[in-house]
Structures are given as C-alpha cells and as structure tokens.
Design a protein. Sequence first.
Length: 410
Amino acid sequence: MVFMLALQHNIGISEGTRSLNGKPLVSIIAAGMSKFGKQDGLLAREIFALAAEEAFCRCPKLNPKTDIKAMFIGQMGEAYEHQGHMGAVAADWAGLAGIPATRTESACASSGAALRAGIYATMSGLADVVMVGGVEKMTHRTTSEVTEYLAMASDYPFEQFHGITFPGLFAMMATAHMHAYGTTEEQMALVAVKNHYHGSLNPKAHMQKEITLQTAMGSKYVAWPLKLYDCSLITDGASCIILTRPELAAKYSDMPVHIIGSGQASDTIGLYERKSLTSLNATKLAAKTAYEMANIKPTAVDLAEVHDCFTVAELLAYEDLGFCKAGESGKLIESCETRLGGCKPVNTSGGLKAKGHPVGATGTAQTYEVYMQLTGQADRRQVKDAEIGLTHNVGGSGATAVVHIYRSEQ
C-alpha cells in the first residue's frame, strides 16, 4: 500500500496510469542494436555488448557505471546456448557488473515485457536510469532444434505433444481469416514484399534485398496457406534502450523520446481455447490500455513496428490495433498506405520478416526503430515529420501482447 501511494504521488494520479492523458511515463535517452543476422563466432553475451556499446556512444553525457542503476533483459530460452542466468551475464559483458540485473521471459515478447519492467522500476523511483534490452543467439542450431525450442511457447499437452508448430498455429489463423473475410494469399504475400523493401533500406537488417510478389507467391508452402516468404527469419541479434525519468531527460539528451502509453495483456496459451482465430484479444486489450494512457486514437500514430512473425500476423495487427476495421487489413496492405510514403508506414525496419527475429531481442529492437525515426536518424527509411510511434510485441500465438506508444520531444 505504501509503495502504491508513493507511485501515485510520483506520477500525479489517483486511480492508476490510465488517467495520465499523454504525460510521459519515462524517457528514452539512448538506444543500441547489433547487426541482425548470422553471427558466427559470437556468443549472445558478446552480441548484447555490441548493442550496449552503441547505446552508450549515443549518450556521451551518461556515465554507465555510475548512472545506470538496474537492468532488465529479455531472453526466451536457455536451450540455444545451454546458458541461463542471462541478467547477470549481460550486465557483466555490458560493463555493468554489480547492478541488479533481471531476465524477463514472455516468449517472443520477452524484451517487450522487459521494457514494462523498466518502466515500473523508473516510475516507482527505485532507479533513475535503467537499461532494458534483449538478446537471442539462434542460427547455430538446426531448423528442427529451433522449431522445437520455439514450440515451447505453445501449450504442451494439447499443441506441442501433438506435433503442432508455430507455422501451423498461424496457418490456422490465416485460414480462419480467409474464410471469414475473403483474405487472400496474395494479400499476405504483399506484407512480405513491403517489409523486404523496407529491410533493403536498413543496414542492420538480416535480409537486405527486395523481392517481387511473384517470388513470394512462388515460394514453397511451409504450412498452408503460409509459404516460405510468409515466415520470419531465424536470427542472431541484440537490442537495448536506456530509460530515465522525464524530468531528468534533458540532463542526458537533447532529443529524448518519451513513452506515453504502455499496455500488456494475456490470453489462453492454447489456440484451441479461444473464441476467435481471426483476432488476438491480448493485442486489443494491451492497445486499449496504451491508447487510453497516451490519450490518443489509432489515427494519431505516424508509424508502427508490429509483430509480423508471419505475414498474417501483420494483417491481424492492423485490425487489432485499430488501423482498420475487422476484415479490411487485406485492402489496407493493397492500398500501400502501410509502406514508406504512405499515411501510416508499418515495419520501416523491415519487421521480423526481413530485419529478422532473434526472439528475445525483438521487442526492444522495435523500440530502437521508433527511437531512430522519432529522432530523425533513420536515414533512407525516415518517415517525414514523424511524432507518434507505436510498437506491438507478441509472445507465442498471442498469449502475451505488449503495446507501447512513443512521442518525440516537442
């Protein structure tokens, strides 16, 4: 009770964070990201150290060893490197040994959850400056091994045990959406074409090449109706951001980015238990909380990084985040409005589809892209006059969803 009263006093609210009306929760003063892709010869700890080094270089006024008081790092699994206890490992290799360092795990939303933990720590007053990040080293494992490890984020007795994999689970969602709304394989393939184009502009993306619609449509089926180019990449990578209290941001940065909305929600782990396969309820709930906290409507979002682990997942995100009505995401991708130059560019980084999906790093990698966009540092993929950004990070087949909303310094 004392803690909650102190928290309410610090942020000036009486009934929780929903009444903040766009007031910054925390401010981002730096961000870093490794190159995504196959990182032969490097361990996860070394890849994370590269991301941390970039973040430190972007904030010369920060003294990491004395200013950073806590770390939260997302990592899905120990199996890839047979290495647990990643909080302490990452802190050590980032040169921050001694601080409290905690690993968070929410499947592919692990670093999105880490960001939430960092927000809690900062807003509570327990730490003025916090590092948040994520890492995964995956490419040294075989495809079958990675498939098995990822499947651990699904329901064991009723999904894993019977051989279902994530391509199969999202194929069920795609089939349901096609049946309900007439969504086509070509519309899903257009997501891949768009995101590969964006990835071709991102020097840190795993896949930096454009593809044609014919290439995407002609690729082999993985789980009908999803083809090879409908699926995200097995990738190595790390990302991190540095948070502080808004009133301290100017001490460290001339162009901080403020987080003005944060929502997280959960759903049943098993797809078979849900009432609908054409929507992720956790995304809707998390987005509702974030929008209310930020005091904005979906129309106010200038750009978004959404969780396109499969192309159909991006189409579902358009609808669940309120960018279009249910059943209209196929038309939205056809309109090119979610492409660079459109009214609401989505996944300018290349998304999980082309940038890559080192699962523990994905949530804060999305934040990294929004940070670069809102500070005008996105180079060839820069969205003109971007002021409001959104990230959407999903764990498993939608059992976890985390949504954050960001605003540039005004």
